[in-house]
Design a binder for this molecule. Structure first.
Ligand code: CO
Length: 443
């Protein structure tokens, strides 16, 4: 490469770099504005540049070593050579390789402690399987709709994609999410282990009612059996009201085909309902007039109450919230300004309010909700906080547009007991010690 090329190349990234800096300054100004409005005085954040370095007008073409970066004005190695060329399918920076799902034999959990905003990258969407991930050839996959219908029909993927489609942003949560939090002895070590079975994407597909209109549903039908094409033959009974409301036959997430672990090539998606009912790898819908009482809605996915009876077909995920920053594993490096942030959601509608406590629930302050606040969607909340350096106990409490307020764990246990692992939506606590360590706490 000629020397002039070497000199020219850094010029373009340098311009972009300065553009990024401006955006970053604007973003920071926004945060400051919000914090100032809330009466929080921000200390200087960042590292002051020594006068001798700031006075240098000519960039130093030195190769810095890690830990000795006094930029500017040093020119780092990545400004001195062409980088890799554009690629066919993107990958994140290798420096982000530590942000990963937490896999076990039957599930993997979303690293909520590392995510921002409200959307989950497809590669980090949680998983729950009952017999692994089937390797389905979409050209061979079929969806059968039969039972109490005028015209039983089979649809190929090409058929399904010809129908008018919609795209919707909704969370999905496993009803076993936070099952660790029912007792103090069993609490999870961090937000990923305890709350990582919730994720959110933009889903695209065909409303189920569109396909049901094709087959002509018997007016006396009240239930639908949904069956997956995995080796578990996963089956759940779905009330007809939900099927005719917002149920979706989804084939895409975040703008591209579903990932295999999330139901490729097609799945049922039931907004706001426990994830298990949104049958993945959907191959059959049978229309009937009563539930089928499958294994997954009798011995599993029912809620055993203190008196020995069981709640059954508890589909909706109630309002819930959790602080993701700071949370267990994070460390506050000193007293002063910190932004408390987390996510809230409700399977019954939109989040209308999130309150945050830093003293274990004695006092509460309304957090700011990041808009647009969508129904049945993860909602980011933020609260500027000046930590005084004393031990603190962080909690969040969500309210949805039905007026439902997220309960304490004690209130939930008083009603449900601790026989069942499902549908835990009690208030979560994080303990901050005087040295800034954040750990999982209960009650
Ligand atoms: Co349930």
């Amino acid at each position: 490469m000629p020397p002039e090329e070497v000199r020219k190349v850094p010029a373009e990234p340098a311009i972009e770099e300065s553009g990024l800096s401006r955006r970053s300054l604007i973003q920071r100004a926004g945060v400051i504005g919000s914090a100032v409005a809330a009466g929080v005085a921000l200390p200087a954040i960042g590292t002051a540049v020594p006068e001798a370095v700031a006075a240098q007008s000519t960039p130093v073409a030195a190769t810095p070593v890690a830990g000795d970066l006094t930029m500017p004005p040093d020119i780092p190695p990545w400004m001195q050579v062409w980088g890799p060329l554009p690629s066919e399918y993107g990958a994140r920076s290798p420096f982000e390789d530590g942000v990963v799902r937490m896999p076990s034999k039957t599930s993997s959990r979303t690293p909520l402690q590392h995510l921002t905003g409200t959307m989950t990258p497809s590669s980090l969407f949680y998983e729950r399987h009952h017999a692994g991930i089937p390797a389905i050839d979409p050209a061979l996959h079929r969806l059968l709709i039969h039972g109490m219908v005028e015209r039983p029909m089979v649809f190929s993927m090409d058929d399904i994609r010809r129908f008018p489609s919609i795209s919707v942003i909704h969370f999905m949560e496993c009803s076993g999410n936070s099952g660790s939090e029912w007792t103090e002895e069993s609490i999870a070590k961090d937000v990923q282990a305890g709350f990582g079975l919730v994720s959110q994407v933009e889903w695209t597909g065909v409303p189920l009612k569109t396909l049901l209109a094709q087959v002509g549903v018997d007016p006396s039908a009240t239930w639908i059996l949904a069956e997956g094409a995995d080796a578990a033959g996963m089956t759940r009974s779905i009330p007809m009201d939900k099927a005719m409301d917002d149920a979706l036959i989804a084939y895409a997430m975040n703008g591209e085909a579903l990932r295999p672990e999330n139901g490729y090539p097609v799945r049922l998606f039931l907004p706001g309902w426990e994830g298990n009912a949104s049958i993945k790898w959907l191959r059959r819908l049978k229309i009937g007039d009563q539930p089928w009482m499958t294994r997954e809605e009798t011995s599993k996915y029912t809620d055993l109450m203190p008196d020995g009876t069981a709640r059954q077909f508890t589909f909706a995920m109630e309002a819930k919230s959790v602080i993701t920053y700071p949370s267990a594993g994070h460390k506050l490096t000193g007293p002063g300004f910190w932004e408390i942030s987390g996510i809230a959601w409700s399977g019954r509608g939109a989040i209308t309010r999130v309150e945050v406590s830093t003293d274990g629930g004695e006092t509460w302050t309304d957090a700011e909700l990041q808009g647009p606040v969508l129904p049945i969607a993860l909602t980011r909340f933020r609260l500027p906080w000046t930590w005084d350096g004393n031990p603190a106990r962080l909690q969040s409490r969500a309210t949805d547009d039905t007026g439902y307020v997220q309960p304490t764990i004690a209130e939930l246990v008083a009603v449900r007991g601790v026989n069942s692992n499902y549908h835990m939506n009690g208030i979560k606590s994080w303990a901050v010690s005087a040295d800034g360590e954040v750990t999982s706490a209960w009650g």
